[in-house]
Write a protein that binds this ligand. Sequence first.
Ligand SMILES: Cc1cc2nc3c(=O)[nH]c(=O)nc-3n(C[C@H](O)[C@H](O)[C@H](O)COP(=O)(O)OP(=O)(O)OC[C@H]3O[C@@H](n4cnc5c(N)ncnc54)[C@H](O)[C@@H]3O)c2cc1C
Length: 392
Amino acid sequence: MRTGPLVIVGAGQGGFQAAMSLRQEGYAGPITLIGAEPGLPYQRPPLSKAYLKTGEAEKLTLRPQAVFDAKGITLRMGTRVTAIDRAARQLCIGDERLDYETLILATGTRNLRPPLPGVERALDLRTLPDATALRAALERPRRIAVVGGGFIGLEFAAVAASLGHRVSLAEAAPRLMARAVSAEMSERFRLLHETLGTELFLGKGATEVTEGGLVLADGTRLAADLVLLAAGVRPNVELAEAAGLAVDNGIVVDAGLRTSDPHIFALGDCAAFPEAGSGARVRLESVQAATDHARAIARTIVRGDATPYAAVPWFWSDQHDAKLQIAGLARPGDDSLVLDSGAVLRFRGDRLSAVETVNDARTHMQARRLLAQGADATRDSLRERNYDLTAA
Ligand SMILES: Cc1cc2nc3c(=O)[nH]c(=O)nc-3n(C[C@H](O)[C@H](O)[C@H](O)COP(=O)(O)OP(=O)(O)OC[C@H]3O[C@@H](n4cnc5c(N)ncnc54)[C@H](O)[C@@H]3O)c2cc1C
């Protein structure tokens, strides 16, 4: 095992987990966790959910400072790493240089800001300060327009509508969450949001943010005094790219989550890794991927574990009273089969690729177990068992 200085760049969900897992696994060398945001590492999922209602920032903190101190993890928050000198194995923080033996890049993503006229008027929802500003804005009645019908735009819309604001939402794709769920699940959530009073404009991208709101591609004008931009993200790859690491919609890593430099790993939202089975390179934006990557990297560093990364992806989204859970990873062209329970099974050819459920944690957990076993998840075997997901 290497025991030299280990540095993690990015103190979000994945960077934090990497530091904790390394100590749990018994890493004996110095660990430094560097994060550009101020304050202690925190979790983002509640920013578009409970936090908007409660404002309880302390509940977002992943661990108190005392835990980092007790574990000998040096936290350097409010600190941006500006370059990687791979030849010298050093990081640059402005003029300062910091040695590393092993480096983990956990730089996450940033919000995509499309080059629309007036886009600077629109607000983001990525960081705690973003959510705090939105929460303050929600304190008085608003007409709100949301750009983007993905998880974050919809979660925000659901909270805003339930607080009594007038909400409209524009999505360029013809259906909601089109990248992530089946057409059937999109439809279910369309009905939910319409019941909440949100006006949905599907297949209509935003073309301009004006003082009075939003203009859509077909000329429709949505009156709004607050516009939220939730149009997707871009991975933070510039540091890796400038250091000559392979980058392709994320920092390219192998099945051991190692970059093209054997001393450097990458994880979470910023990492493009080979999907188990297909080998296709994917980049996932989820707590599961960030934390499972971190644990796998810690095992590799400490135990020399060379098992290829193969965790089953899973996701969740809370929209009003509906907890959407997805086990597995479907592609847009995968078939769908809707069960009586409302669960949607997705198939790629003969194989189960994903299972979508709403307020049905039991089926979700069964699906995760079944997908992890792999071999039994064929269309025929499931049909024979009357689509009982309990593994044989
Ligand atoms: C509003 C919102 C709601 C979400 N809800 C869910 C949910 O319900 N379920 C779910 O699974 N996922 C959810 N996600 C996604 C989830 O939060 C991310 O997938 C997860 O945080 C990824 O972890 P990460 O460590 O890769 O990146 P992040 O947690 O984003 O952390 C990356 C950190 O790196 C820092 N950084 C970048 N460059 C540098 C540098 N050069 N120097 C120092 N620091 C740097 C950034 O400032 C950032 O703090 C949500 C995200 C948001 C924004």
